[in-house]
Ligand binder design. Structure first.
Ligand code: IVH
Length: 513
């Protein structure tokens, strides 16, 4: 056998085993056997570089980009409209029936019961991307961007093993899907971030986003990312339904999630109920179910609004709740002096994120919920909202929670205002917590937008007495900054630059500050 044939043979073997492992989740050889094949290919390609092709499995990690090029999407990436409950799902389906002529307007009294078939699948909580293949070879991958223009992140996407570099058929196709990080990989990554004194990610979605927008694909390659494909753009007129296209994507070698075909909205509601339970067993975050009209002809008939297809809706799962143990309550003082209790709880997984702190609003709420230390507390999280304590029950080790009478920061007696639930520290001028809160707000994005002045640095500046009022920020110099524990060597000059830059913020930001 000549070298070129040997190389090609190794490549197809590796591709197949890799497909079994990363797409089907069903490996058929041992890791060491796979590594052996990979090493053999790498060594042959090293000796005969003229035979290296861009779609070789050895080419997944490419060169560093300086920045990501902006590229217009051939077909816009739309959003989805939401349905938050069964009534809204029925209302959406009734519109579908009307607009596809199954239930003609004005003829509702005839009570026609014809149905429009639906395709239901999980809504993956990750990042939308588009993958372009020419003659079966992966050519370009783009982020969603604003839906019209995305960023070229091809080199990073190539490192994701569930993205085929070469399809099983040499076709031209563009597919759309969701990049995600498995929950267990997210937890491992956060442990490593802590060990390296780096910021942790709030949830798997943020971790996936942070990993995919790295200029160095080597970093992306170290992060465990995967993908589910949920749509494709093709000129092939043989396809009559969305699920035909999904089956075809699967045949080409893409990772496609299971879907369920539903006769009508009642079956789709059942699917949503089933998934609300089933999702808890999965190692990836989902935030709902996407329900799509299955017939492509019907989809064309229904069309789009300015932001979303009328032929699809996203059913959002109801907010999740989980019990944990109340370990401590911290009282934090904000920039306005209001003291807010924060529950420190035993870490629990809630809607795909590890939660170890939860909001408790105010002192009244603590009394209303009758909260004691060591209670079992019910934590609830609604979409995008900070988790909060909504219920508590006593345990054998419960002990009374003493509410502070004095400011936990400056020890000034706290003040209750008649008719208001909030409790304040009145020491506006000298309470360090309030000064820090004010400075943090002043430098934030929506105000003076001073990059590099993070919580940690502000803390040091206030504690050392360098910064007391806003104007003190503009009196800072290199010498003062050099005495702080800064995160990077260059950061002191970066901070001074950012402070200088802030003199040019827009008027609205200035007024806000
Ligand atoms: S279909 C034109 N299916 O949800 C219709 N989207 O909130 C496009 N998403 O931008 C969307 N899982 O990134 C579809 N199974 C799925 C999905 C899904 C997650 C994301 C997608 C979209 C976002 C809209």
């Amino acid at each position: 056998m000549d070298i070129k044939t040997k190389i090609e043979q190794l490549r197809s073997q590796i591709e197949l085993h890799s497909y079994k492992y990363y797409v089907e989740d069903n490996p058929d050889i041992e890791d060491w056997e796979y590594d052996k094949l990979f090493r053999e290919l790498k060594s042959l390609e090293g000796q005969f570089p003229q035979y290296i092709t861009p779609d070789s499995p050895t080419q997944r990690v490419g060169g560093i980009s300086e920045k990501f090029a902006q590229v217009a999407h051939k077909v816009r990436l739309y959003s989805l409209d939401n349905s938050n409950n069964n009534d809204e799902l029925h209302a959406w389906y009734n519109r579908v029936l009307k607009e596809t002529g199954v239930q003609e307007q004005g003829q509702l009294s005839l009570l026609r019961h014809d149905d429009v078939e639906l395709a239901c699948e999980l809504k993956i909580d990750g990042l939308a991307i588009s993958l372009i293949y020419e003659k079966g070879v992966f050519k370009q991958g783009l982020t969603r961007g604003d839906g019209v223009i995305g960023e070229d992140i091809t080199n990073n996407l190539k490192t994701i093993k569930a993205i085929p570099l070469k399809l099983f058929e040499p076709v031209d196709i563009e597919v759309r899907g969701e990049i995600y990080m498995p929950v267990t990989s997210f937890e491992k990554l956060n442990q490593i971030q802590i060990q390296n004194n780096q910021k942790t990610f709030a949830n798997p979605r943020n971790a996936a986003a942070g990993s995919i927008r790295q200029l160095d694909p080597k970093i992306t390659a170290m992060r465990d990312l995967s993908i589910f494909i949920y749509g494709a753009i093709t000129d092939n007129t043989d396809f009559k339904t969305h699920t035909d296209i999904m089956d075809y994507c699967k045949k080409l070698g893409f990772k496609v999630n299971n879907y369920r075909k539903c006769k009508n909205i009642y079956e789709a509601v059942k699917f949503c109920e089933d998934m609300a339970q089933y999702r808890k067993t999965l190692n990836y975050a989902t935030d709902g179910v996407v329900i799509k009209v299955n017939s492509l002809a019907n989809q064309r008939e229904l069309g789009f609004t300015s932001r979303a297809p009328k032929w699809a809706t996203a059913f959002k799962f109801p907010p999740e709740e989980v019990w944990s143990k109340l370990l401590n309550v911290e009282f934090s003082v904000g920039r306005t002096g209001i003291v807010t209790p924060v529950a420190v709880i035993e870490p629990v997984l809630l809607s795909g994120s590890t939660v170890s702190r939860a909001s408790m609003y105010n002192f009244d709420e603590i009394q209303r919920l009758d909260i004691s230390l060591n209670d079992e507390v019910l934590i609830k999280k609604a979409a995008e909202i900070i988790p909060k304590v909504v219920k508590s029950r006593k345990t054998s080790s419960s002990k009374p929670l003493v509410l502070p009478k004095n400011c936990p920061c400056c020890n000034t007696p706290l003040v209750e205002v008649e008719g208001e639930v909030a409790v304040y520290c009145p020491n506006k001028k000298h309470c360090h917590a309030q000064i820090k809160g004010r400075i943090e707000y002043f430098v934030s994005k929506q105000a003076m937008d001073i990059d590099g002045l993070g919580e940690n640095i502000i803390e040091q500046l206030v504690e050392r007495g360098y910064v007391y009022s806003f104007s003190d920020i503009y009196k800072l110099n290199q010498q003062m900054l050099m005495t702080l524990d800064l995160i990077k060597d260059k950061s002191s000059s970066n901070i001074l630059n950012a402070i200088e830059q802030s003199k040019n913020v827009t008027l609205s930001k200035f007024i806000n500050a």
